[in-house]
Design a protein around this ligand. Structure first.
Ligand SMILES: NC(=O)C[C@H](N)C(=O)O
Length: 354
């Protein structure tokens, strides 16, 4: 990579709105700037930054292999001893997926910090430069070590997992409804971080090109099993139910889940609700029925992130039993809450914790 011999931060540029401009042809907003331009917009930095252009895409266009390529580039950059930390500039739409995958695979104390923008680079008041300055500061800091991957956005530092994009246009694009932010970076670069969470052991890097299919199926009033069956027909090895409430579907989907699990498909129940755990409590097609049919409750993991985890586990070729264990452990609310002072989730009646 020809990295500088002095300590530096590596900026991995992938595109997104932070690198986007208005297309002269059709007026749409498209990723256009290389990483050097994105960095220049942030002004001079006290820390040296090496730019690596990985791709130039809106993050809504990324594939699982693209996400793995980002993780591979992180590993390559961390093989250089002078690398202090990594910044990934990324579209906000699917930052929660790539950052979570990076967090799952991260086996190094040095920080990996994802950031982006809500306003394009050619807007009159872009937010990308400020976000990038904060990300570089954090990636170069000793305070951020040992915390895996982080998202820094609009001054807030957010942990993975359970962080997701919760605003389509507001500058405060991300939140973590369950765990909250872990700290902040002020506009002048002061870092304030809470206690570092205990980390689960890292996953091995899955191979690219496996083509393993994992689909998300939404549950809603009147939903039938048509889309679930279509996913299976398309070859899905895993299905995430974006269920209602505590993780509920209906009797028809419950029957479909039972058959799919019997055929070796991993079915995970997540929820469309923003906060709180998924639990198998209700019958008649609710979460209890789904769990009895063999679905795995995702704990605090929302569909975007548990789909990423499931795809990684299946690509690693783990057994069904191992996949289920990993999902239960990595979504476990008591573990995700444990190292911080966030209030614990109150127990629910009717079903013991998994
Ligand atoms: N704000 C953004 O970055 C959204 C953009 N569409 C993306 O995800 O690439």
């Amino acid at each position: 990579m020809g990295s500088p011999a002095t300590e530096h931060v590596v900026l991995l540029a992938t595109g997104g709105t932070i690198a986007s401009r208005t297309d002269a042809g059709d007026g749409s907003t498209v990723a256009a700037d290389a990483g050097g331009t994105v960095l220049a917009a942030a002004g001079t930095s006290t820390v040296a930054v090496e730019v690596v252009d990985l791709m130039q895409k809106g993050s809504y266009l990324l594939t699982f292999d693209d996400m793995l390529a980002v993780c591979g580039a992180i590993r390559t950059a961390l093989a250089v001893p002078e690398t202090l930390g990594i910044v990934v500039t990324h579209g906000t739409d699917t930052m929660e997926e790539t950052a979570y995958l990076a967090d799952l695979l991260h086996d190094d104390p040095r920080p990996v910090v994802f950031t982006g923008a809500q306003r394009a680079a050619d807007s009159s008041d872009p937010d990308g430069p400020g976000n990038l300055r904060a990300a570089i500061t954090l990636a170069a800091s000793a305070e951020a070590r040992g915390r895996g991957a982080l998202i820094v956005f609009d001054g807030e530092v957010l942990p993975l997992p359970a962080t997701r994009k919760t605003e389509t246009t507001a500058l405060h694009a991300f939140s973590n409804p369950d765990l909250g932010p872990v700290g902040s970076v002020s506009p002048t670069g002061e870092i304030d971080l809470g206690p570092a969470p205990e980390r689960r052991s890292p996953l091995a890097a899955p191979p690219t090109g496996t083509g393993i299919r994992v689909d998300i199926i939404a549950c809603y009033p009147g939903a039938d099993a048509t889309l679930f069956a279509a996913a299976l027909a398309a070859g899905a090895r895993g299905i995430v139910l974006e269920a209602t409430g505590l993780g509920n579907a209906n009797a028809e989907l419950g029957d479909a889940v039972r058959r799919a699990v019997r055929d070796g498909v991993v079915v995970v129940t997540s929820t469309r609700v923003h906060a709180g755990p998924v639990r198998g409590v209700y019958g008649a097609g609710g979460g209890r029925t789904l769990e009895d049919a063999g679905a795995v409750p995702s704990g605090l993991l929302r569909p975007s992130q548990v789909r990423t985890l499931l795809q990684a586990l299946l690509a690693l070729g783990l057994s069904g039993e191992q996949v289920v264990r990993e999902i239960r452990q990595r979504g476990d609310p008591s573990w995700l809450h444990s190292p911080t002072d966030h209030s614990p989730i109150s127990p629910l009646p009717g079903k013991a914790d998994p």
